[in-house]
Design a protein around this ligand. Structure first.
Ligand code: NDP
Length: 421
C-alpha cells in the first residue's frame, strides 16, 4: 500500500482483503495488483452553502475515481453524516469490479458529501448539490465520470447536477448523470433496476440451491430505493416478505408484511410502524437474525460482522447493499453453509440500467421498458452463470468467484492497454 493510502478505514481495508483473496487465484504481477488496489484520483472539496437562516455552512465532499481502464468512471453519490474518504474509496473500488462482472464498459468511482439531508430543507439540499457539482465539474462528464443516485440521493439530486453541469458547459448534457427523472432523459426501469436485479440474482441463487423464490420467506433490511423495490419484486415472484426495516428499526410478521402498506406507512410517517402494517416492531439486529429462507441486507456496509454472523438463520443472503458483510462474517457464514450472493453481482442491476440510460442519452434514443427488462435479465443471468461456474470450478465462495471474474477483466484490459510511455 502506498504511504498516501496507509491508514485505510474499515471499508477500504475490507475491499483490499477481497481483492487479495481473488488475486490469489489469478496470475497477476504484483505491480499490477498494486495499481488495482490504489485509486486513480481522490478529490476532497470543502465548499460553502447558504443555509435558510442566512448563515454560511461549510461542507466536505469527495469524489474518488478508482479505475477507468475499461471505460469512463461511473458511480453513485451518497449524502450521509458518517461518510468519509475510506468509505468512498471502497465503494469506488467495488464499482470497478461490479461493472466488469456484468461486462459493462464503465470504470468505478464514487462520491459523497458529509451532511444530514433529513435535517436540511429542500432548498438547502439543492444549493449543496449545485455547489458540490460546481466543485467537481472539472473531473466529471459524460465521457469522464458519470454520477448516479446512492444513499439519500435520487432523481431530483441528479436533475440538479445535470442542470448545474449543463450551465457550466453551456449546453444541455443529460449523459453527465444517470438515474435522472424520465422528463430529463432518465431511463425507463432505472429506478427499479437495482432492486429488480437483486431479485433476479436471488432467483438464480435459489435455483442453484434447488429451490424457487415462490413461498420463500424473505427479510429485507433497508426500504429505500433498493430494499423497497426489491420487496415489491420478491412479492411479484411469489416470495413472502416477512420483515422490512429502515434506519429506525423493522417490522415483522411471519404471515407476511405487505410492502405496499409498509412503504405507504413510510411515506406518511417517515418510519415503519408495526401497528400500521399489522406486524410487530423489531430492531435491525433482530431482523438480521430472523429464521427466514432469504436475507437481503439493502441498507449500509458492515452490518453482518464477526459479532452476529453466527446468529444468521437464513440459508441465502443476497447483498442489495454495498459491503454489508465483513470478511470475518463471510468466513462464519461459509462455515454454516449459508450461500452469499455478493454485492458486486447482486446489486449490479443499477449500473447495468445506468449504462442503458447513458447509451440512450448519447444516441438520443428511448428504449421501451420491455427492452430494458429483457436486457437486464440477460446480463444479470449471464453474470450469475459465469460466477457460479467459477465458484464451482475453483471451489471458492460466490464473492471470490465474482471478484475473480471482475478483477481478471480489469487486469486483462490493463495489460492490453499497456503503460504509456
Ligand atoms: P436509499 O437512501 O434509497 O435508502 C436507504 C435505506 O436504508 C433507507 O430505508 C434507510 O432508512 C435505510 N438505512 C439507513 N441506515 C440504516 C441503518 N443503519 N440500518 C438499517 N437501515 C438503514 O438508498 P439505496 O436504497 O439507494 O441504497 C442502499 C444500499 O444499496 C447502499 O449500500 C447503496 O450503496 C446500495 N446500492 C444502491 C444502488 C442504487 O441504484 N440506488 C445501486 C447499487 C447499490 P431511513 O429511510 O430511515 O433513513
Amino acid at each position: 500500500m502506498s504511504p498516501s493510502q496507509s491508514t485505510p478505514l474499515d471499508s477500504y481495508a475490507m475491499a483490499c482483503r477481497q481483492l487479495d483473496d481473488a488475486a490469489a487465484h489469478l496470475d497477476i504481477d504484483p505491480g499490477l495488483l498494486e495499481r488495482l488496489r490504489l485509486t486513480e484520483r481522490e478529490v476532497t472539496v470543502n465548499f460553502p452553502v447558504k443555509m435558510d437562516d442566512g448563515t454560511l455552512k461549510m461542507f466536505t465532499g469527495y469524489r474518488v475515481q478508482h479505475n477507468d481502464v475499461r471505460g469512463p468512471f461511473k458511480g453513485g453519490l451518497r449524502y450521509h453524516p458518517d461518510t468519509d474518504l475510506g468509505e468512498v474509496r471502497a465503494l469506488a473500488m467495488w464499482m470497478t469490479w461490479k461493472a466488469a462482472v456484468v461486462n459493462i464498459p464503465f470504470g468505478g468511482a464514487k462520491g459523497s458529501v458529509q451532511c444530514n439531508p433529513k435535517k436540511m430543507s429542500r432548498g438547502e439540499v439543492e444549493r449543496l448539490t449545485r455547489r458540490f457539482t460546481w466543485s467537481i465539474a472539472s473531473i466529471i462528464g459524460p465521457e469522464r465520470d458519470i454520477p448516479a443516485p446512492d444513499v439519500y440521493t435520487g432523481p431530483q439530486e441528479m436533475a440538479w447536477i445535470m442542470d448545474t453541469y449543463s450551465m457550466i458547459k453551456g449546453q444541455t448534457t443529460p449523459g453527465v448523470v444517470t438515474g435522472k427523472p424520465l422528463e430529463l432523459g432518465g431511463s425507463l426501469g432505472r429506478f427499479e433496476a437495482t432492486g429488480r436485479g437483486v431479485v433476479i440474482a436471488a432467483a438464480r441463487a435459489a435455483r442453484h440451491l434447488g429451490r424457487e423464490l415462490e413461498n420463500m420467506t424473505v427479510a429485507i433490511q433497508g426500504s429505500g430505493n433498493v430494499g423497497g423495490v426489491a420487496a415489491r419484486y420478491f412479492e411479484r415472484a411469489g416470495a413472502k416478505v416477512v420483515a422490512m426495516s429502515d434506519s429506525g428499526g423493522g417490522v415483522y410478521n411471519p404471515q407476511g408484511v405487505s410492502s405496499a402498506k409498509a412503504l405507504a406507512c413510510k411515506n406518511q410517517y417517515s418510519c415503519l410502524l408495526g401497528r400500521e402494517v399489522a406486524a410487530e416492531d423489531i430492531s435491525n439486529e433482530e431482523l438480521l437474525e430472523l429464521k427466514v429462507d432469504l436475507l437481503a441486507p439493502c441498507a449500509m456496509e458492515g452490518v453482518l460482522t464477526e459479532a452476529n454472523a453466527a446468529k444468521v438463520r437464513a440459508g441465502l443472503v443476497v447483498e442489495g447493499a454495498n459491503g454489508p458483510t465483513t470478511p470475518e462474517a463471510d468466513a462464519i457464514l461459509a462455515d454454516k453453509g449459508v450461500l452469499v450472493v455478493p454485492d458486486i453481482l447482486a446489486n449490479a442491476g443499477g449500473v447495468t440500467v445506468s449504462y442503458f440510460e447513458w447509451v440512450q442519452n448519447l444516441q438520443n434514443l428511448l428504449w421501451s421498458e420491455e427492452q430494458i427488462g429483457q436486457r437486464l435479465e440477460e446480463i444479470m443471468g449471464k453474470a450469475m452463470d459465469e460466477v457460479l461456474a467459477i465458484a464451482g470450478e475453483k471451489k471458492v465462495s460466490l464473492r471470490t468467484a465474482a471478484m475473480i471474474l471482475g478483477v481478471n477483466r480489469v487486469a486483462e484490459a490493463t495489460k492490453l492497454r499497456g503503460i504509456y510511455p
